[in-house]
Design a protein. Structure first.
Lengths: 484, 286, 242
């Protein structure tokens, strides 16, 4: 998938005007967000779990090479095959190669954000292999030819009616199908695909290094289907998903699930895969391939300021908490990952110049960090990216901030250098504001400040600053606080 | 104390038992902040009066200008560092630095040490300043201390309140500034102060922790998103039926008040300092 | 195509990003939070807790006082399915409880699905396809849980000889029989067992942890059950074995 984040502003205007999208976004706050808060309160040692989770992830990422080697060795020992893919092309080439080696005509996919990154579905279709998404949300957006709107709820922007219309257009089902009816339709069609498919591609929520185990979390059961039905199972997993030990899997599952949906005690299905079918087992995939993907993650790894982003469990809590995401939704972010974490991942993993708007698309309110199960300091990293843009980054010179902005900040800097300079700047300001001023408020400002006054008045500069009032006698006020 | 929004990690109270208000005057320097200085000087005056009523000897270092946050938030760290160094100099030697702004106090307390981390001498000074700097409500509650008994605002005498003092008193709702909540961990202090006012009733809005949409240049760069966030905030403010919305940051209030006026709302936007000043027709009872 | 082909190159890039030349064994990772064992002093307490959490997770829980009791419950459920076919796995506990004859007595067919020793791969694929077809047609699956977790109300099913992955997955109704001795206090206990077993090479390389029915909230954030897996799940605790 090619990043397309340049149109953030234009697309966000459209999203703001889209009533169904706005209604569904509001639901994220009353739904997932509140459920996460309740789950946190109900979990003993929740805050300590978050601290330990953060420490363990930080440790693991710091020693990523070691744990990936351990993971790969253990999977290989159990009869699985491990492929390390440096980029999307290498990952897709490998998966297509596996599919061809068994003559697969249909591949079923369980939700995998990495395969969204690499555009695997389109690639398989290109070479004549049918690729069917099996997570209901992913299935819906595949039918609609869209990208995921939300990390864990990809079709959350669509109303029941929109889904019913989509099914009607594709399958001729009645437009008045209710949710159960739509789900039953999808179930039947997907059962057919499950039965046909020779191969599955899944993601993975955790790779457990000390046992070589892949952990898959689903609610629908598509993870179990994909790891039970076809002859070959390929898991495509971002390299940051490794944790050192099975002993900590329970804690990480709870951190992930409770932050994602607020579900307690667990999601419906947690599936653990440590290799292909055992010799005495009745069924299950005969081949297990683990594709460990970099695809720009080493950019994050190489920058100590951004490395923390690799602690991400992809739970989506920061999206639900973010007041900006909840206004514009996932599609405006232009790539696979939306919301606050997407504003770090997209510029860092793809192209800073292309995604230049994203680090600014935040009021830096910090709700994301407060919501993150492993306390990733997203605002700090957004500031770091802004710094790269303001100062110009050697890796991405074309991302540099526009000259007019840089000049504006030089001007600001000169104006606040001394109280005298500030007084002078303020005098100029008062001069210019005079014609615009109505009862202490400016109702219209020229570009680029005009956007402000579309939504609210701007206060006029005070006729006498605090500095001047202090000089003119406030300092002599009596201690009781009465003005003289 | 029951909080409307329980999440977050409030910083531990740093009540300094060795700095009691009871044993004599305390000296504090006001860091008025550029936005108060230029747009809301009345808030600065209120802060001075309130501090003085608490027995604080208020001083105003006149070389102060701006903390540098606009540049810092826009990524111009060099320019921000220049501003930081000037602020360090302006408040050198001050026992306490008190700002009527959670955001500017957070800039000094949290972001200066980060901004100046590569300059050991400046870093040491920044850490020192950070330890001495307080947001107004935190300073009053955590450093000066609200005495448990007698009630601090007993012994009132009639004040010259610009706000209506109706039969039912004044109903206010509180907006948590993002930096005050999430960088400084102040959830309780502003509320404690409001609750201690005899004729003020606090009506909590839904999600008081949700950002008002200001975010500095964000509100200009993404004016429409910011406006949509503001609109939600205003709906929640109005739903409380409060007479006024109170916050500890003039920047949030600039956004909120601008929005309230635009929609013709009767709700007032007040800085906590103004509320304390106006109700505090109080003097400390010795 | 060779798997592992560019492992060295990939690792070199990771180490470069970390500013390291070679794999350096790290100090042990920080310890995670283990959830405290629930206050269940006896096995009966543990089962009570399991029954409580499982009900909360969406299982219909039944406490069987005798084998007949358990078989009766299963037969009752079997009598409600329309397809008339029940698939089971070859767990001894099913045989001991007389599940098959109970199901048959209400007019349903009962089939233990397995591939067995197929000889050739061709034959094996043929048998798998047949087994899959049977499981797809079945209205209900019955299997024994290898473990149950009191903390989370989960059943753990491990595949093995005579135990297909499909019994607990394809039919719209699933019944898990839980022997009291299989109940573990916490999720951490399960992972400790699996961790040891996998390290020693003795544990199953596949484990399904099932916590309630198959669910989706992908349309309008409203929960719908029975998407891919069973929408109706029953946990039958075999108290009489306690």
């Amino acid at each position: 998938m090619i990043p397309n984040a340049q149109q953030f502003k234009r697309k966000s205007a459209a999203a703001l005007a889209d009533k169904p999208i706005q209604a569904n976004l509001r639901g994220l706050y009353s739904g997932f967000h509140q459920a996460r808060l309740a789950a946190g309160h109900a979990t003993p040692d929740w805050e300590e779990m978050r601290d330990r989770g953060r420490e363990i992830k930080t440790h693991t990422i710091r020693h990523l090479d070691h744990y990936l080697e351990q993971m790969a060795d253990n999977v290989t020992k159990a009869g699985g095959k491990v492929f390390f893919a440096s980029d999307a092309e290498a990952a897709n080439r490998y998966v297509v190669g596996v599919a061809r080696s068994i003559g697969a005509r249909t591949v079923i996919k369980s939700k995998s954000m990495v395969s969204e990154e690499t555009g695997l579905g389109a690639r398989l279709e290109e070479v004549g292999i049918e690729a069917v998404e099996t997570d209901l949300g992913e299935y819906i957006i595949q039918l609609a030819d869209e990208s995921p709107f939300h990390i864990i709820a990809p079709a959350i922007h669509k109303s029941r009616q929109e889904v019913a219309d989509l099914f009607h257009d594709r399958f001729g089902t009645p437009r008045d199908r209710d949710r159960e009816g739509l789900m039953a339709e999808a179930r039947e069609r997907l059962r057919d695909a499950f039965a046909r498919a020779e191969m599955s591609v899944t993601g993975g929520n955790f790779m457990v290094a000390d046992t070589g185990t892949l952990a898959l979390v689903t609610n629908e059961g598509n993870g179990r289907m994909c790891t039970s039905m076809p002859r070959v199972h390929v898991a495509m997993v971002g390299m940051e998903k490794v944790i050192p030990s099975m002993a900590d899997l329970g804690m990480f599952l709870k951190l992930l699930i409770r932050s994602a949906t607020g579900q307690r005690p667990l999601s419906s299905y947690v599936t653990l895969v440590s290799g292909p079918r055992g010799a005495d087992e009745e069924d299950g995939p005969e081949e297990f391939h683990l594709v460990i993907v970099d695809n720009g993650r080493s950019n994050l790894l190489a920058d100590p300021e951004l490395r923390e982003a690799l602690n991400c469990l992809k739970c989506g809590a920061c999206l639900n908490a973010c007041p900006v995401y909840r206004k514009v939704g996932g599609h405006v972010y232009g790539w696979v990952y939306g919301g606050p974490i997407g504003s770090i991942l997209t510029p860092a993993m793809t192209d800073l110049a292309e995604a230049r708007d994203l680090p600014y698309a935040s009021s830096l309110c910090g709700a994301c960090r407060e919501a993150c199960p492993v306390r990733i300091d997203i605002p700090r990293m957004l500031l770091h990216l802004r710094k790269q843009i303001a100062e110009g980054s050697p890796q991405s010179p074309s991302s540099k901030a526009p000259l007019v902005e840089r000049l504006a900040f030089r001007l600001w800097s000169a104006a606040v250098r001394t109280p005298g300079a500030m007084r002078l700047a303020s005098a100029f300001g008062r001069l210019f504001q005079a014609p615009l001023r109505r009862r202490g408020t400016l109702r219209w400002l020229p570009p680029p400040l005009g956007g402000w006054t579309r939504h609210r008045g701007f206060p006029a500069l005070a006729s006498k600053s605090f500095q001047d009032r202090w000089r003119d006698g406030l300092n002599d006020t009596d201690q009781a606080g009465r003005q003289p | 104390m029951a909080l409307p929004s329980e999440e977050g990690d409030p910083a531990p109270r740093q009540r300094e038992e060795d700095q009691p208000h009871r044993t004599g005057p305390v000296a504090a320097s006001l860091f008025v902040t550029c936005i108060v200085d230029q747009f809301y000087p009345d808030v600065g005056e209120s802060a001075v009066r309130v501090l003085r009523r608490f027995g604080v000897d208020v001083d105003f270092p006149e070389s102060q200008t701006c903390c540098g946050q606009p540049a810092f938030n826009a990524g111009y760290t060099g320019l921000a560092a220049d501003a930081a160094l000037r602020t360090l100099e302006a408040f050198r030697g001050a026992r306490y630095v008190v700002a009527p702004s959670g955001s500017c106090a957070a800039m000094v307390k949290v972001f200066y040490p980060e901004l100046l981390r590569d300059d050991p001498a400046a870093l040491a000074e920044a850490r020192d300043l950070a330890a001495r700097t307080y947001e107004l409500s935190q300073y009053i509650v955590d450093v000066l201390g609200l005495p448990d008994h007698p009630h601090p605002f007993e012994g009132l005498r009639a004040g010259s309140s610009p706000l209506p003092s109706t039969e039912r008193g004044l109903s206010v709702t509180y907006h948590e500034g993002c930096h005050l909540r999430r960088e400084l961990g102040a959830l309780t202090q502003p509320r404690e102060l409001m609750r201690s006012l005899p004729d003020v009733a606090l009506a909590e809005m839904e999600h008081p922790d949700e950002c008002c949409g200001f975010g500095g240049t964000f509100s200009v760069k993404f004016a429409d998103i910011s406006g949509a966030m503001l609109s939600d905030k205003l709906d929640r403010i109005e739903a409380t039926g409060a007479d006024a919305v109170v916050a500890c940051d003039s920047s949030c209030l600039m956004q909120i008040e601008g929005g309230l006026r635009k929609r013709g709302s009767a709700v007032r936007a007040l800085h906590l300092a103004e509320l304390l000043d106006s109700r505090a027709a109080f003097e400390r009872v010795p | 195509m060779t798997a592992d082909g560019n492992r060295a190159e990939f690792m070199a890039a990771v180490r470069r990003a970390l500013g390291r030349q070679r794999d350096e064994a790290p100090a042990p990772p920080p310890a995670g939070v283990r959830h405290p064992r629930p206050e269940a002093e006896t096995r009966a307490d543990l089962l009570d807790l399991l029954a409580h959490t499982a009900a909360g997770a969406g299982w219909s829980v039944f406490r069987a006082k005798s084998p007949e009791d358990a078989a009766g419950y299963v037969a009752d459920a079997a009598s409600r399915i329309s397809s008339g076919l029940v698939v089971t796995s070859a767990h001894p506990v099913l045989r001991d409880a007389g599940i098959e004859s109970a199901v048959t007595s209400v007019g349903a067919r009962c089939e233990t699905v397995a591939v067995g020793d197929a000889g050739s791969d061709e034959e094996r694929q043929r048998r798998i396809a047949a087994m899959r077809q049977t499981a797809l047609e079945a209205g209900m699956g019955v299997a024994a849980a290898d473990y149950a977790i009191a903390e989370t109300g989960s059943c753990v099913v491990l595949p093995g000889a005579g135990v297909s992955r499909l019994v607990s997955l394809l039919p719209p109704v699933f019944i898990a029989l839980v022997e009291p001795g299989r109940a573990l206090p916490t999720l951490d206990d399960l992972f400790a067992l699996l961790g040891e077993g996998l390290t020693a090479g003795t544990a199953s390389r596949y484990a399904g942890i099932i916590t309630g029915p198959s669910r989706s909230a992908d349309i309008e954030q409203t929960v719908t059950v029975g998407v891919h897996g069973p929408g109706e799940v029953h946990m039958v605790a075999l108290d009489y074995l306690g």
